[in-house]
Design a protein around this ligand. Sequence first.
Ligand code: NAD
Length: 300
Amino acid sequence: MSAQIISGKELAARIRTELAQKIKNHSSENMPVLAVVLVGDDDASKIYVRNKQKAAAEVGIGCEIMEFSASIGENALLDVIDDLNANPHINGIIVQLPLPAHINSLRVLSRINPAKDVDGFSPYNTGLLSYNHPDAFISATPKGILELLLSTGINLEGKSAVVIGRSNIVGKPVAMLLTNRNCTVTLTHSKTKDLPAIVKTADIVVAACGKARMIKAEWLKEGAVVIDVGINRIDGKLCGDVDFEAAKEKASFITPVPGGVGPMTVAMLLSNTFEAFCRQEKDPISGNKHHNCGCGHCCH
Ligand code: NAD
């Protein structure tokens, strides 16, 4: 029997509609505002940022794009982050990655006030995630993947999950999120031996290796739930990391590419921004102070 297709496009549209309603009903003089820091001329990054801005406007979130030349120095960029941290009108801050090679991304991400770190990439928020702490801002793609899994109605507890890819922005946080949901997680990567045999044990497969159609139907356990994070192109056509056409005959649920994880990422970023706005309204100080990182620049 063919798998049920999990439509991220439909789920994300529902989440954005509900969010727009919540923002409309929220009695406040202010609107949530997201600042996007964009460094350099990468065309893909520019498209992603414009998409975020358009989606933000549709739900009633302001989006300020701050563009800088690729030659900006690291200290100047840190000053930009400090200014955004101190600006009470900015509720969320994201830095579009990748940054140019001369800039230490970890230093920049670490500088964002955790209360405004709506991408959840700072070590502080990834730390909170590892503690399964409710205050963690969970990065948008992993959070979207969890929502897609929850939308199937399957009980995650005790399920065997195999995550393929261990990046800081997808694989590792997904592994942590699923562990927090009581899955038994195996995190695999490019040095993993006999990946097909490991995938065969999985009730849930999250493919995030960035290799076009690498995960074959024969690797899957009958009835596995498959979330395909990959964005690849073959002959100009978008495809995922899973051999979708064959895999959908073996899986019970599967996400398509495009229309699966991708649309969820933006929806989750917007929902994190509204969450940051609400938290800062309750506790304005949290939005205007930095964590005690001890760097001597941002802790006043
Ligand atoms: P990455 O390149 O940072 O990491 C890839 C990971 O896959 C690495 O950990 C590597 O060890 C592993 N890997 C590579 N080859 C492998 C192999 N043969 N077997 C097992 N593991 C292997 O990539 P990323 O940033 O995590 O992104 C992964 C994919 O997801 C990419 O295609 C990317 O475009 C896509 N992506 C999609 C979204 C979205 O919103 N839909 C968001 C982020 C990333």
